[in-house]
Write a protein that binds this ligand. Structure first.
Ligand code: ADP
Length: 322
């Protein structure tokens, strides 16, 4: 028997497209004849009783906006056995049998714990970093890529005018996907990712000098957040090459903005799939994308999968960065 009353929450770091996922969950649930609650501020809403009953109109006009209309939070209180039990008791009190959690790996660990306390949970991957091992794609990634690309195009204009080198830090603490893809898209001279160690002389200085000999006068270097020390690296580049160098950290600009078509469509498909799973009586699953297919995995298995870095794409990037 599937769940009759479900809830949806967004948790951890926000990502453009989360609203499309929430909308899809609410509308799919209603279409399956379920009652559906929106939980405010991640797991905190289950601890504080901050939930609202949703209808078809509750999710009107949210899909085109970045951020999340349900707000999000990190909840240290939920991340304790007592917190998980309190949240599960609240769900039982409200008749909530299933919860769709839109968030990253941390949020999925919370969902697994809530399942352990007797509430069916389904995870939907929402994070701009694309750092979830079980899925080829996470909601918000495409918007973040396009924002980073647009911002770096703007930086290039001024870098070019001044014959400078710009070192641009993009998001991605453990995962270089944003850096790798935007690096290719903006024609970066070098791209540094946390997955591949780099040699300062060989991968940056010598490349810049070689490019300079072929007439190149301005340079873009893309660095993933997880590589770190962007300001220090920029100063080293200037000292080693004599080329005026500036650091830019794009930061949270990459988390906002209207979601792209891809994010809206993938989020809608994933939200629908999550509700279909709950309607079929499934629990402890994560929705994922493999190729262009929407699939699902056991949460524990998904959390244990190793993340695979696209070495091929990295090689392509290295060949083109000259
Ligand atoms: P993300 O989901 O983006 O990875 P976090 O790692 O901050 O973000 O996790 C979001 C929230 O999920 C945390 O604030 C906490 O409430 C919950 N959470 C994270 N890890 C666990 C865990 N091991 N057990 C229970 N809840 C967790």
């Amino acid at each position: 028997m599937g769940a009759k009353t479900i809830a949806v929450l967004t948790s951890g770091g926000d990502a453009p497209g989360m609203n499309a996922a929430v909308r899809a969950v609410v509308r799919s649930a209603i279409s399956f004849g379920m009652n559906v609650y929106g939980v405010m501020r991640g797991y905190n809403g289950l601890l504080n009783g901050d939930v609202k009953e949703m209808n078809m109109r509750s999710v009107s006009d949210i899909m085109q906006h970045g951020g999340t209309a349900l707000f999000t939070a990190r909840s240290p209180e939920f991340n304790t056995p007592e917190g998980v039990k309190k949240a599960a008791d609240f769900c039982r009190e409200k008749g909530i049998e299933g919860v769709v959690v839109v968030g990253g790996d941390g949020s999925f660990r919370g969902a697994r714990d809530l399942c352990g306390a007797g509430i069916s949970c389904i995870g939907v991957p929402g994070t701009i970093d694309n750092d979830i091992a079980c899925t080829d794609y996470t909601i918000g990634y495409d918007t973040a890529l396009n924002t980073a690309m647009e911002m770096i195009d703007r930086i290039r204009d001024t870098t070019e005018s001044h014959d400078r080198c710009s070192v641009v830090e993009v998001m991605g603490r453990r995962c270089g996907d944003i850096a790798l893809n935007t690096g290719i898209a903006v024609g970066a001279m070098a791209t540094l990712v946390p997955e591949v160690p780099y040699d300062f002389e060989r991968d940056i200085v010598e490349r810049m000098k070689a490019a300079q000999r072929t007439g190149k006068r301005h340079y873009i270097i893309v660095v993933a957040e997880g590589v770190g020390h962007t300001q220090e690296l920029t100063e080293r580049i200037q000292a080693a090459t004599g080329i005026e160098s500036r650091a830019t950290v794009l930061g949270h600009v990459q988390r906002g903005g209207s979601p792209t078509l891809r994010d809206r469509v993938v989020a809608s498909r994933m939200g629908y799939h999550a509700v279909e799973l709950l309607n079929n009586g499934a629990s402890n699953r994560v929705v994922a994308m493999k190729g262009e297919q929407i699939v699902d995995f056991d949460i524990t298995e998904a959390l244990n999968m190793p993340r695979i870095f696209d070495e091929n794409l990295y090689r392509v990037s290295a060949r083109l960065s000259i």
